[in-house]
Design a protein. Structure first.
Length: 185
């Protein structure tokens, strides 16, 4: 039996996304009205600062405006996708804040407490790890950076890259093995 949609029924997310891809600002506003509450709630829980949560919320929807065409409904629902973007943006914000807090420490005072040979050894280690990472295939290096520099879980990496979870795990394990072989402890 065919059921005709009511004229006052709200438009579904997929239709609105198609309109956003076509640069319809009213469709973006409708999606914002529909999903911003839950996204904002998540952001407030993560950053624990209302103005920052509001800024990140705006950034999430601004980012969505630019990447809406990459949304794949077969991989999940829009709400989950927006929440993932928001979570990643909030975590990035917290990391940047931590780096800024760290950079305010007087690094000269800290490094002067260490023997010069220790500082030199640390610099050499960092340089060697960078060289080794440059030799790893790009697909493994990208996954490695998401896991170890961006702090993403294997499942999050699989979701973001569209690769099967097993493939992500195998490539990360291979990259780590190459690093260990190239620079034994």
């Amino acid at each position: 039996m065919f059921v005709k949609a009511r004229a006052d029924a709200p438009e579904d997310d997929l239709s609105l996304i198609k309109r956003v891809v076509a640069r319809d600002e009213s469709a973006l506003a409708a999606l914002y009205d529909r999903h911003s509450g839950i996204v904002y709630s998540l952001l407030r829980r993560i950053v624990r600062d209302e103005p920052i949560a509001e800024d990140i919320l705006q950034d999430v929807f601004f980012h969505f405006w630019h990447i809406a065409s990459s949304f794949d409904p077969e991989r999940g629902v829009l709400r989950s996708w927006l929440l993932t973007i928001a979570r990643n943006r909030a975590i990035s914000h917290l990391r940047k804040r931590s780096e800024r807090d760290f950079s305010e420490i007087d690094c000269n005072a800290v490094s002067s407490c260490l023997p010069q040979d220790t500082v030199a050894a640390q610099n050499e280690l960092v340089s060697r790890v960078r060289e080794i990472l440059a030799q790893i295939p790009q697909e493994q290096r990208d996954l490695f950076e998401l896991a170890y520099f961006d702090g993403m879980t294997h499942a999050e990496i699989a979701e973001r890259t569209g690769q099967p979870l097993g493939t992500v795990k195998t490539r990360l394990r291979t990259a780590l093995t190459r690093l260990r072989r190239a620079y034994p402890s």
